[in-house]
Design a protein around this ligand. Structure first.
Ligand SMILES: [Zn+2]
Length: 306
């Protein structure tokens, strides 16, 4: 059996796992992301934790193919560099591949976290045996990974698929990036919780806003209908642009289920330009829990990476 190490770096925590060549996580650890220490010290901490999970997994190190790292963008996956992610504000031009490779006898690859999650879907999730699909995460932010002709679409430096700042409806107001009407400022979990709280005058989580929607709250229903429609608009634009056969939606907001998926499906069935596009499947992610670690590990799986 061969193994790969998946490291998923987020703004609040880092998940590290030893993953079998079947995609099964056999050992895992999660440590908090400490932004009060230098990125170098934080990466040293990650390296120590990687060593620990390898020891706990009790596997021969010569059976480890490599370490895959998924991290928030913008980054430069070709250079193995984290460049300027908004949710790791002190991390600027960090040569993480080099710093991790110094500590181990195996090579390191870096990829944007949403792109890594798309690879996880391709490996063992809802994108298996599918050569044209988009994985969209709707969580505190919105991002995506695009699999086109069986391959991950990377772009110039590995940042392709950052759909959160695609403009979908300028009437919703100004985004933190300065544009009006970005997808993320309308439809992320953060946006739904913020606007739902504003409408009701109470501090509500995203789940609570959806609960009020299910209960037929007179102001939340039209508000959330307009948000879900915007997700439908985004899906149609992606389908028209990439001629995709499936859109896989993951992230916290996707857990609300039918209330979200059914209206998006019917919007796509009505408005995708190509009749084939109208049959695009809109499905939930199959591997929410471990997708970050599994996706990072997938960077070393030849059948996934082609
Ligand atoms: Zn924006």
């Amino acid at each position: 059996m061969l193994y790969t190490i998946g490291v998923d770096i987020g703004g609040t925590k880092v998940a590290i796992g030893v993953v079998e060549s079947t995609g099964k996580v056999i050992e895992q650890s999660v440590i908090p992301t400490d932004l009060t220490i230098t990125p170098y010290d934080m990466i040293s901490r990650i390296n120590r934790e990687v060593n620990k999970v390898i020891q706990n997994a009790n596997i021969p190190t010569q059976h480890i193919k490599g370490i895959g790292i998924g991290a928030p963008g913008p980054l430069d996956s070709k250079k193995g560099m984290i460049t300027c992610p908004p949710n790791l504000p002190t991390w600027r031009d960090i040569p993480i591949k080099e710093w991790v490779e110094k500590e181990f006898d195996f090579p390191v690859r870096l990829e944007n976290d949403a792109n890594a999650a798309a690879l996880a879907e391709k490996w063992i999730g809802a994108g298996q045996s599918c050569n044209h699909f988009i994985y969209m995460t709707v969580s505190t932010g919105i991002g995506s990974g695009i699999i086109c002709d069986g391959k991950l679409l990377r772009g110039r430096k590995g940042n392709a698929g950052d759909i959160g700042h695609m403009v979908v409806d300028p009437s919703f107001g100004t985004c933190t990036c300065g544009q009006k009407g970005c997808l993320e400022m309308i439809a992320s979990g953060t946006a739904i919780s913020r606007e739902g709280s504003k409408i009701t005058g109470e501090s509500l989580s995203t789940e609570e806003v959806f609960q009020l929607y299910d209960q037929g709250h007179p102001e939340i229903v039209p508000y959330l209908d307009s948000v879900i429609k915007v997700l439908g608009v985004a899906c149609v634009s992606l389908i028209n642009t990439f001629d995709t056969e499936k859109i896989i939606i993951g992230g916290g907001v996707s857990k609300v289920g039918v209330a979200l998926f059914q209206p998006i499906r019917s919007y796509v069935q009505s408005y995708a330009l190509n009749p084939d596009g109208r049959t695009t499947e809109i499905v939930p992610s199959k591997l929410e829990q471990n997708s970050g670690v599994v996706g990072a590990a997938a960077l070393w799986i030849p059948s996934v990476m082609n």
